[in-house]
Write a protein that binds this ligand. Structure first.
Ligand SMILES: Cc1ncc(COP(=O)(O)O)c(C=O)c1O
Length: 388
């Protein structure tokens, strides 16, 4: 068996790969073949057992939370599932006291817009947002300026592990060291890292690490997740605890007694079907291992990037693979044809990628793609530009 044959033998587990050239796992990972089976299992339990199905559902949701957590190095019991990042970040923010002198969040202008929207409202809780701008072309993360902005007034530092536009890997460690030096917490948005980079949240020393599952994790919508370091979650008291954030939900106690650890962020009734839908894809990644996936990813993205440069296309992602996550942002636009128009023509040809203003076309060969697929997208771009 050659180096990647075992990975390619898994292509049959992702049905879309037989129908399209699928290079959009940075935005919606391919569905696993077993997802419909697990959804049918959920529906069968509901149909046959009714409310008694909670005896299966509640522990299974916790097991699946641990499974997704294990993909970013989180020990059992330190990850919780919620619908999405916005919910989790909002709850984390509301569990902190922003009314004192230490009331600042330090973040960057390159963050996920949904998170920037939260920071734009932080004044309502008494907080103040310090949003570090990007460099002149609006794409590069300014680590030095982030570090300089963190001081005794900082309550929280928030940044992405991998930037969603350019795929730049942010060096989180110096930020964690600086934040902890001054007594601030760090929350990292690992959405674009999880499932493509080996991540060890414990070794990174972050206080919280959150993301969702629609991208490289192939878990579909409805499965946001958050790791919190046990010593941190023990101190945080979310406002919207919900009954699953309580020690014993089925005791229906009117007084709040927070569940131990991060489970206090569980909120209300969990999204059981979403968790069931995600499990096969999480398990596949766990079986392969993130080191292997990363190795494969780089072996596809580097020739893709070099091929794009050889054709004279602009590449808006770091050229050094050690500084780049799982996708390459390529702007092939020229001669009056915009990258958005090239993107539309690619879709018509059955090549699924996506387009983001300012960076062009994002292409993300995942472990289940072939080199021919990754390089074929460049040929297709050239053909579109040549009017073919
Ligand atoms: C870095 C990053 N954070 C967050 C999100 C999504 O946030 P939410 O789960 O709130 O939809 C995305 C993409 O959808 C993303 O790329």
């Amino acid at each position: 068996m050659t180096a990647h044959e075992d990975l390619l033998s898994r292509r049959a587990d992702y049905p879309i790969l037989g129908r399209r050239t699928y290079l959009a796992s940075h935005t919606l990972g391919a569905m696993h073949r077993r997802t419909p089976e697990r959804l049918a299992e959920f529906a069968g339990q509901w149909a046959e057992q009714g409310v008694v199905a909670w005896q299966d559902w509640a522990p299974e949701v916790e097991r699946i939370a641990d499974l997704v957590g294990s993909l970013v190095g989180a020990p059992a019991g330190t990850t919780v599932l919620r619908q999405n990042v916005a919910d989790l970040l909002g709850d984390l923010v509301a569990s902190l006291d922003w009314r004192g002198r230490r009331n600042r969040v330090v973040t960057s202008a390159l963050e996920w817009p949904g998170s920037l929207y939260t920071w734009s409202q932080i004044g309502r809780l008494g907080g103040e947002a310090v949003v570090v701008p990007a460099d002149a072309d609006g794409l590069a993360f300014d680590l030095e300026r982030m570090l300089d902005s963190v001081d005794e007034r900082t309550l929280l530092v928030e940044c992405s592990h991998v930037l969603f536009r350019t795929s730049t890997i942010v060096d989180v460690r110096p930020l964690v060291a600086r934040a902890h030096d001054v007594g601030a917490l760090v929350v990292v948005d690992g959405y674009q890292a999880a499932g493509t980079l080996p991540v060890d949240v414990v070794a990174l020393g972050v206080d919280a690490y959150l993301g969702g599952s629609v991208k490289y994790l192939s878990g579909g919508p409805g499965n946001g997740w958050m790791y919190a370091a046990p010593d941190v979650s023990a101190r945080l008291e979310p406002v919207t605890a919900g009954w699953f954030g309580q020690t014993a939900p089925f005791a229906f106690d009117p007084d709040i007694a927070y569940a131990s650890g991060v489970r206090r962020f569980a909120g209300g009734t969990p999204g059981v079907p979403s968790a069931y839908a995600a499990e096969p894809a999480y398990q596949a990644l766990a079986d392969i291992g993130l080191r292997r996936i990363r190795e494969r990813s780089v072996s596809l993205t580097q020739p893709l990037l070099e091929g794009a440069l050889e054709r004279g296309f602009s590449v808006r992602s770091p050229h050094d693979p050690d500084r780049r996550g799982g996708h390459v942002s390529i702007d092939p636009g020229r001669g009056g044809v915009s990258s958005g128009q090239v993107h539309d023509r690619l879709l018509e040809r059955g090549i699924v990628v996506d387009h983001r203003p300012g960076v062009g076309i994002r292409v993300s060969p995942h472990f289940y793609n072939t080199l021919d697929e990754a390089l074929g997208v460049l040929d297709a771009m050239s053909e579109v530009l040549a009017g073919r």
